[in-house]
Design a protein around this ligand. Structure first.
Ligand code: NAD
Ligand code: DAU
Length: 351
């Protein structure tokens, strides 16, 4: 089996669903169920004995030690994190606690467990750490995309906490020989994303005829990747990636935020012509402090070494995604209540 952390969040739940659709190996899924974790994402697995869900904190070392001892996983796939940049600006402490200390706790327990294995099992074991392109900082308009050797230059508390966790993972390989792999990925979109993030936030606001808040001039660039393509890249890196290596993963789809929002509006215009044009809802608001201007990923290494490439195109992927949210309004209504509304007030009221 494999131990997945954060498997009730956006990418983690897509990964668990995809993994169990493609593989026979069972999953133990450890997730604390913070505001971002949602068991509804995993409802398709109810009754599937290959999936064991455990609600718990990666910082609970006794729990992690027990799960490793009892389930004897061949790999840990580590998604659990605080993941939203704007929240890291309002409250950085949780990011240090989960992303830095939580990753450290997990590494320590993984190392103790790994040392207890037979030599053949030790050689097969993997600790796969899921990270982000944001650790590399910000690109100018004509800079080449980030490669695995681009120096780290994180600019937000979120990015700094992920960079710190990447460094710890690297150190556990160099110092203790733990067979780690780190993947650094660009912006994901797709089903089950919590609507604090750009894409689902814009879809939901547009459906409710609320303003579509674009930060600054809307010309910041992100490289968009459909979430299932990310999941496939992680699966490949786990199976065939080289221990101690890092792999950049990107969608080769650089877009300004304004292009993304206008794409969503055009899709909604076609699906809900009575409410068109949705673009009239666009509202420019105060920028995110320290807002990185451009991210772009060079995925040459994972393409050449592991044969990975994105399968989904930006236009078809975005259409599928908008349709998914429209088709899953009960899921949307469940997540867009309580804690979500108070976050919207915190982040947007005084912008
Ligand atoms: P998410 O916020 O949707 O989900 C995070 C999950 O981790 C939630 O289910 C939450 O309950 C769980 N969690 C948080 N703290 C925990 C703890 N202490 N113990 C156990 N579980 C805990 O995040 P996401 O967007 O799915 O991102 C997953 C990972 O991928 C993160 O490490 C993130 O940095 C990375 N990443 C995300 C993107 C993106 O575009 N979303 C891109 C690149 C990398
Ligand atoms: O690049 C990978 C990263 O992508 C991941 O590591 C993070 O976990 C993930 O949250 C995401 O970070 P971003 O900050 O790029 O994503 P977000 O959806 O918050 O914002 C995308 C862009 O849209 C960014 O330039 C800010 C802008 N934005 C965002 C929101 C929420 C707006 O203009 N308005 C908004 O209301």
């Amino acid at each position: 089996m494999i131990l997945v952390t954060g498997g009730a969040g956006f990418i983690g739940s897509n990964f668990v669903l995809d993994w169990l659709a493609q593989e026979r190996t069972p999953v133990v899924n450890l997730d604390y169920l913070t505001y971002a974790g949602n068991l509804d994402n995993l409802s398709a697995l109810s009754g599937d004995e290959r999936h064991t869900f455990i609600q718990g904190d990666i910082n609970d070392r006794a729990l992690v030690a027990r799960l490793l001892r009892e389930h004897q996983p061949g790999a840990v796939v580590h998604f659990a994190a605080e993941s939203h940049v704007d929240r890291s600006i309002h409250g950085p402490a949780d990011f240090v606690h989960t992303n830095v200390i939580g990753t450290f706790s997990l590494l320590e327990e993984a190392r103790i467990y790994w040392c207890s294995l037979k030599e053949s099992e030790k050689a097969r074991f993997r600790f796969l750490h899921v990270s982000t392109d944001e650790v590399y900082g910000s690109l100018g308009p004509d800079d080449p995309p980030f490669t695995e050797t681009t120096p780290y230059a994180p600019n937000s508390p979120y990015a700094a906490s992920k960079a710190a966790s990447d460094h710890l993972v690297r150190a556990y390989h160099h110092t203790y020989g733990l067979p780690v792999i780190t993947t650094n990925c660009s912006n994901n979109y797709g089903p089950y994303q919590f609507p604090e993030k750009l894409v689902p936030l814009m879809v939901l606001n547009a459906l409710q005829r609320r303003p579509l808040p674009v930060y600054g001039d809307g010309r910041n660039v992100r490289d968009w990747l459909y979430v299932t393509d990310h999941c496939e890249a992680v699966r490949l890196a786990l199976k065939r990636g080289r221990p101690g290596e890092t792999y950049n993963i990107g969608g080769n789809a650089e877009k300004t935020n304004l292009e993304v929002v206008k794409t969503i509006c055009a899709i909604l215009d076609a699906l809900r012509p009575d409410e068109a044009p949705h673009e009239e809802l666009i509202a420019f608001v105060a920028d995110r402090p320290g807002h990185d201007r451009r991210y772009a990923m060079d995925s040459g290494k994972i393409r050449n070494e592991l044969g990975w490439r994105p399968r989904e195109r930006f236009d078809t992927g975005f259409r599928k995604t908008v349709e998914w949210y429209l088709d899953h309004m009960p899921w949307v209504d469940n997540v867009a209540s309580g804690a979500y509304r108070s976050w919207i007030d915190t982040n947007y009221k005084n912008r």
